[in-house]
Design a protein around this ligand. Structure first.
Ligand code: ATP
Length: 376
């Protein structure tokens, strides 16, 4: 039963001021991070931001230059990978093509010199749990993609890890398979209740899998948040741009008014546009800052209606490109005043009904509440 496999339970992971240098080059710097036990955490960021380095340091495949890593209540800095109660699942699953499924799953136990009797019992048990006992004599290429993934998971889980690390496990798959495989990953994580830490540069994947997303950039953590927090309240320009096609305006803070919800309504003087109102925690008046509005939160409004509290922000823009992507239509525009590129996303059915097309000039309106203030 599953309790048996989970003899050690899930463990949380905590990084305290972790830095990694390769010679003069600092790959990650001063990372603080708490990953709760039993959660699914994705390290998300562009190529070279340090996510793989971070994962490898937690697994013990990479030494750390300074700081501390804790897994559960143990400081693991000086422990070799095999003693950390972690396991790793790699890109493409890295199954041995010439070994049987049974031998593939058994491999880690052999490496750990587990007795033949115990190996037999544990491999049998884990194959049962992932529902693939009947495939034990086959070779990996006689399994479907989904089955291969479950075997790769079984091979990692059979060592009874408290934390499973996944290094871009889905990146080699085509889009359809990738979508199916990620719900499978999520199901297995829930079924076992283990801590999963996954590296990905794929925004949608991180959103669909994670309890907690860690956005990294240039060796730093920019934001740690749930998917919905990240979507609604990106904390920096980098995050706002990376997770979506957000429209960002840069200007000077000219006023900030405290509101009852603890946030402030902030007025930015943006060259060419005038005032743009957003919500957040303001930096002092006079400083340069930015604000961001998601493309799906813009509205096309009639020029005749005066700005009201709901859609206090206004600007005019010319439609330059319309791209139908399915249920949603992406409309690229250029702001009349400044030439800044803007993106508007709308339900395709609504767009069709609007009768608008390329070359037309429209007025966009959006509320302060939908516009996130970002420190510069
Ligand atoms: P990717 O998605 O491309 O794998 P990443 O976010 O996982 O990127 P890392 O592999 O963690 O990035 O690398 C972070 C930085 O450290 C990169 O600039 C990389 O070139 C550098 N780096 C990684 N390993 C080494 C090494 N062994 N020696 C020197 N520099 C390294």
């Amino acid at each position: 039963d599953i309790q048996h496999v989970l003899a050690r339970g899930a463990a949380g992971v905590s990084l305290r001021s972790v830095t990694k240098q390769y010679g003069q080059f600092t790959a990650v710097e001063n990372l603080f991070l708490d990953i709760p036990p039993g959660s699914y955490c994705c390290l998300l960021g562009p190529s070279g931001c340090g996510k793989t380095t971070t994962l490898r340091m937690i697994a013990g495949h990479e030494t750390i230059t300074s700081g501390e890593i804790h897994i559960g209540d143990r400081r693991v800095n000086d422990l070799p990978p095999a003693k950390r109660n972690t396991a790793m699942m790699f890109q493409n699953y890295a199954l041995f093509p010439h070994k049987t499924i049974w031998q593939n799953v058994e491999f880690g136990l052999r490496m750990r010199k587990v007795s033949a009797d115990e190996r037999k019992q544990r491999v049998g048990e884990i194959l049962d749990l992932v529902g693939l006992s009947h495939t034990s004599d086959r070779k990996p290429d006689q399994l479907s993609g989904g089955q291969q993934q479950r075997i790769a998971l079984a091979r990692a889980l059979v060592t009874r890890p408290q934390v499973l690390m996944l290094d871009e496990p889905l990146s080699a798959l085509d889009e359809n398979l990738r979508v199916r495989m990620r719900s499978e990953l999520r199901n297995i994580q829930k079924q076992f209740g283990l801590t999963f830490i996954q590296v990905t540069h794929h925004v949608e994947e991180a959103f669909s899998l994670s309890d907690q997303i860690v956005v990294m950039d240039h060796g730093h953590i920019d934001q740690v948040a749930t998917p919905s927090e990240l979507f609604d309240k990106p904390a920096s320009q980098f995050v706002a741009k990376f997770i979506g096609d957000n429209n960002i305006f840069v200007g000077k803070v000219v006023n900030a008014v405290a509101e009852s919800d603890g946030l402030e309504t902030i007025e930015l003087e943006v060259e060419g546009f005038g005032r743009i109102f957003s919500r957040g925690h303001a930096v002092p008046v006079g400083q340069t800052a930015a604000c961001s509005v998601r493309p799906d939160l813009l509205n096309i409004v009639s020029e005749a209606t005066p700005p009201d509290a709901m859609l206090v922000n206004r600007l005019t823009a010319r439609i330059v490109d319309v791209e139908l992507t399915g249920y949603v239509t992406r409309v690229s525009m250029l702001a009349e005043a400044t030439g800044q590129e803007l993106l508007y996303k709308v339900r395709t059915v609504e767009w069709s009904r609007s009768g608008l097309s390329e070359g037309q000039v429209v007025t966009l309106g959006w509320s302060a509440a939908d516009c996130v203030f970002l420190p510069y």
